[in-house]
Every structure is written in C-alpha cells, then in structure tokens.
Write a protein that binds this ligand. Structure first.
Ligand code: GLC
Length: 610
C-alpha cells in the first residue's frame, strides 16, 4: 500500500491509472505575490479558456489562510480519453487556477456569481470569517479530531469502525454500534487526512462488513434475507461462553420498525472505490471476496422482476431516514446511491472474471436510470408549470403526463418554494404520485455521481442559494423540506412522536450533511456556499456538544431527542473542512460525467441558462 502522510497538496494517488472518472488536481504552489483581483481574474480566464467542455470541478476556490496569498496552479485533465492520473499530462490537459485568498484583504471580482445567501460581494464573507472564524476554527478542528479518535471501535486490537455516538448522558440504544452509513464520513476523514491507523480502519471496516454479509445467517423470524444484504450496523460483543469478542451485525432484525438498510450495500461499494482511489491499492477491490460481495449486492438490485421503471422499489425507512416518512416507493436518496454504486462497481469489477454479462446489465441500467431520473424527477419553474397544466387520463405512448399525475395533487407550498432560478430532483415518483419534497442527500449524491447533468447540478446549487433560509437557516442542513404537519403527519408518519414537524427526519437540520453540501459545492465550482454554511455551523456545533440534529423551522434548537457527540456530526464537519481547505480531496468521492450515457431531451427553463 502506498500513501503519503503529508498534509501538502501532493496527490496521494500512486497507481490509480486505470480509473477513467475523476480529474486529478495536481497542485504546485508558486507563492506568487499578486492582488486578489488579479488572481481571481486569472482563475476565471483559465477556466473559461479550457479547451474542452468538461464540467469544471473546483473551479475557483476561496480558502482563508491568514496573512498569506498563495496562487496554486491546478492541472486538470480533460478530453474524452481516460485520464492518466499520475503521469505528467497529455494533449487534453488544461490548467486552471485555484486561488487561496488572504482572509482579511481579499476583494471579490465581478467574475463571480452573486449569491443571495452570501450577498453580492464576497468581501463581507471574507471579513466575517477573518473576524470570527480564523481564531475559532482551528480550535474546533482540534476538538473534532480528538472526539473523532475517541469514537474508534477496536476488534482484536484493530480499529474496525466508529461508534454512532458517545453521549454519556443518554441511553445508548443502538448508538453504541458502528453504522455503515454513519461510517462513510468517518472513512472519508481517514482517507483525506491519512494515517496508518485511519487507513487500516477503513480497510478493516470494509473487510469486516464484507465478512458479515457473507457469513451470517440473516433471519428475521422465519424469513431469510437476501444473500447480498449488508448490515445496517454491527457491534463488538463479548461472549462469555466463548470467552472472546465477536462481531454482531444487525440487518434490520433488531432495528426499530425492522427497517431494511438498502443504502448500506451501496455505501459499501462507494467507500471501496474511495479507498482504492486514495491508496492506489487495488488488491482489496480485486480480491475474490470483494468481487463476490459486490456481485451479491448488485444481484439484489438487478434481478428481473415486475418493474416498469429502472428505479429501485423500496419500503419506507430504507436509508438515512430510517423511520416511516412516506419514502416508500422510489425515493431519490436510494436511486441516487444506486446509480453511484453502479458506476463505482462498473469500474471495480474485473471483466475477465466472468463478469461480462453483469457489466452489460450494469451499463444498460445506468443508461436507463439516468434517463428516468434526469427526465422525470426533475422539477424547476418550467416543469412545475407543465405539471400544473397537465391533462390526465392519457393513454398510449404519446402520453405527455406519463404517470397520470393529477395537478390538484401539487401541494401549495411548492408554488412559493420554486424560484425562477434553480431546480431539484423531487423525493419520489410512481403512478399518480409525485412527492415534491426536497431531500438533500439524494440531490447531493446526484451531483457527486454525475447523475445530475452539469446544468441540473448548477440549478440545484442555485436553488440552495435562492432558498437559503429554508434549507440552511441557522444550522445546516435541512434533511427534508418542508415538514409534514397535522393530519398529514398523522397519516404519513403514523403519528411518530420523534418525527413531529420540523424535528429529526421531518424537516430537521443535520450537521453531518455539511460534507455532502461541501463536496457538491466544490464540484459545481461554488465553494463560497459551503464556506458560508461551515461558518454557520462553527458558531454552535462544538459549543452545543456536536448534536445529531437540530429542530425548528430554521434549525435553531438542539434536537428534541438528539444525541450529543454524534460521530458523523463530527466527521461530517471534518470532511467538509478537509475538502474546503484542499479541494482536490473531492476526487475521492466524486465521479465525472460519463459522456457515453445518453441524456434525455429536456425543456430548458430560465434556471438552466446560467
Ligand atoms: C438514526 C438515523 C440513522 C443513523 C442512526 C445512527 O437512526 O436516522 O440515519 O444511521 O441514527 O446514527
């Protein structure tokens, strides 16, 4: 295994030359003394003169390194051929510039898009950061790392994961377990700030969960679960009879509501790809056990059935929102993770090992899935107006209103919420049912996996800016919007007292989501949005004891039943900081657009012209 423990911007990748997806950001620091304005103009010039139409990752990045002006040249490889991520370059290489700006002195230029949330000028952002955050941020980072290390779980003296929460004041329930989805930001923090122990932990986590997938009888009452199912969580349990520790998984059999962890397998494949990319070590991904594990997960999703859509049919509570919340059907979070995992698996599966047929199925599903989501889940002003004017009861292939959505089912709030500039993927789609709610995870994953077209990704970021107070408010970030209230809350959640309006999954605000927002912001060249959100979180997160979630319309209150010292609130913050400080870290968790995937023809709305 080859990796660097240095914290410089030198790429950690060593022999990842076969990966065609992610642009390699190759920093060379030149310490040039130049005005901020010149630097930004340079950056924009470099970006706009790029010789091909590759979407720009990390186009212009404002960091704040006190009393320091640093210009960093970023080599981004584009073109149609797979990038050679380690070699010096090829004909398609182009150079753009990343500017690290002096916290107090920087002046914005007109080249930047104004942001309603940040104001039309970045000056105030830079100033407020300089004033408030420069002293506070390193302290918070220090505390976060310390608490993060305390959450490590050991099995046979080796780190295998992180506890969900370490809150001495609350009943542990299952928060003393290692959750697969909760471990993703932990794993990414270890990859982005590599140490031997951290990288070992990611590897051990991948191996142990793989082992649990294949070697555990997954029974709930008399029913045996699918072979490919990955656990939602596991714990280290001492067995007095055996006089030793064992790993005990939960596949939903002990979870509240017996919910199915559909997202676990997808996150596992995505993390395996990130690990491979970071270490350059392909031996884990190429091992027979990992290849088998991936195939088992995919078999669960690619099996023939009665489906008329390429999306994956799920029960409620099958992902981060693991309680009844009206997510049954085809929730965007699962569809985006499914797409992401398919694309990662496509790159990790070895074709020679009898995988040819599987790879063909993956390719077909990727194409069908992206078409379906990009075309039918997309909502912006124009599309909303189209739906509002839909005719119903259309028959045959010529139907415009394919799913027979009844315009009267559009909730009133959408008309107020939808800005002229911006758009998003709706929460769910099935016959006569569009769930118009906004879900952050699905939308950000769609950006990171390039399920969203570049224009759609831009529009999602526009929406976040336009609806800053609703989606970010006082504490980033709303997991879903808006909240279900009154009669609807009763019917949809089953009167869930944990998911009352503007609480927990029902319109609550989750700091862990900062890492996803930051990654999406960097990918779309809008890091200032993430910086502003991080700054907001820094004002309270550590002081409030790293709560799991916040409540209230603007996320002003620490959540009713929120755990303190929730590990993914800590690691999510750390990953956000590690990416904003070194945007090239994005490459561990982002896939570039695959030009071979056909895109649907869509009516473009005003929001797409930017
Ligand atoms: C809650 C969350 C779930 C998370 C778990 C552990 O159940 O809804 O997403 O994985 O806590 O933190």
């Amino acid at each position: 295994m080859r990796y660097s423990t240095s914290t410089t911007s030198t790429p950690l990748l060593s022999d990842d030359v076969t990966q065609p997806d992610i642009k390699q950001l190759n920093f060379t620091q030149t310490n040039a003394a130049m005005s901020f304005e010149d630097a930004v103009t340079d950056a924009i010039d470099d970006v706009t003169s790029a010789p091909d139409e590759q979407p720009l990752s990390a186009a212009v990045v404002f960091g704040c390194q006190a009393e320091e002006k640093v210009k960093k040249k970023v080599k981004m490889q584009g073109g149609n051929s797979p990038e050679n991520v380690t070699a010096g370059g090829d004909a398609n290489q182009f150079t753009s510039t990343v500017v690290m700006m002096s916290a107090g002195n920087g002046r914005p230029t007109s080249g930047l898009k104004p942001s309603p949330s940040v104001g039309t000028s970045l000056e105030s952002l830079a100033k407020s950061e300089a004033d408030q955050n420069d002293n506070v941020s390193p302290w918070i980072m220090g505390e976060a790392w310390e608490r993060f290390y305390k959450s490590f779980v050991y099995y046979k003296d080796k780190p295998v994961g992180t506890l969900a929460a370490l809150d001495p004041s609350a009943d542990a329930l299952n928060y003393n377990q290692v959750f697969v989805r909760d471990f993703i930001p932990s794993g990414l923090a270890c990859l982005m700030k590599p140490s031997k122990e951290g990288l070992d932990m990611v590897k051990n986590f991948l191996l142990k969960t793989l082992h649990l997938q294949g070697n555990w009888e997954k029974m709930i009452d008399n029913f045996t679960l699918g072979e490919g199912v990955m656990p939602a969580s596991f714990k280290v349990q001492y067995k007095p009879g055996l006089q030793k520790d064992v790993l005990e998984p939960d596949f939903g059999g002990t979870a509240i509501g017996r919910v199915a962890p559909v997202d676990s397998g997808f996150w596992w494949i995505i993390l395996l790809k990130s690990y491979t990319k970071c270490t350059g070590n392909h031996s884990l991904a190429e091992s027979p056990a990992a290849q088998r594990g991936m195939k088992l997960i995919l078999n669960l999703c690619l099996a023939d059935g009665f489906d008329t859509f390429p999306t994956l049919l799920c029960a409620d509570g099958c992902c981060m929102i693991d309680r009844r919340m009206g997510m049954y059907g085809y929730p965007i979070e699962i569809q985006a993770l499914f797409f992401f995992a398919l694309r990662c698996a496509r790159q990790l599966l070895i074709p020679e090992h009898g995988n040819k047929e599987l790879i063909e199925r993956i390719d077909k599903r990727i194409t069908a899935l992206s078409y379906h989501i990009q075309k039918y889940y997309w909502l912006d002003f124009i599309q909303l107006n189209n739906i509002y004017r839909y005719k119903t009861e259309e028959y045959s292939h010529t139907a415009v209103n394919k799913f027979n959505v009844i315009p009267e089912s559009i909730p009133d709030w959408v008309f107020d919420f939808m800005p002229l500039r911006g758009g998003y993927f709706i929460g769910n789609l099935s016959p006569s049912r569009m769930d118009f709610r906004w879900f952050l995870v699905g939308n950000c994953i769609a950006i990171l996996s390039s399920l969203a077209t570049p224009a759609q990704a831009t529009a999602i970021m526009d929406l976040i800016e336009e609806r800053w107070s609703e989606l970010i408010g006082d504490m980033p970030l709303k997991i879903s919007y808006p909240a279900l209230e009154g009669h609807q809350w009763k019917i949809v959640t089953g009167c869930d007292p944990k998911n009352t309006r503007w609480s927990y999954h029902n319109g609550g605000s989750w700091p862990v989501l900062l890492w996803l927002l930051t990654a999406a912001c960097i990918k779309t060249g809008r890091p200032q949005i993430a910086k502003k959100a991080i700054e907001l979180a820094e004002q309270r997160l550590a002081r409030d004891g790293w709560p799991e979630y916040y409540d209230g319309k603007t996320g002003h209150f620490v959540g009713k039943q929120a755990r303190k010292y929730q590990t993914w609130s800590i690691s999510g913050y750390l990953v956000a900081k590690l990416m904003i400080e070194n945007p090239s870290n994005l490459r561990f968790i982002s896939l570039e657009e695959d030009k071979k995937i056909a895109q649907p023809r869509l009516n473009r709305s005003a929001s797409w012209s930017s």
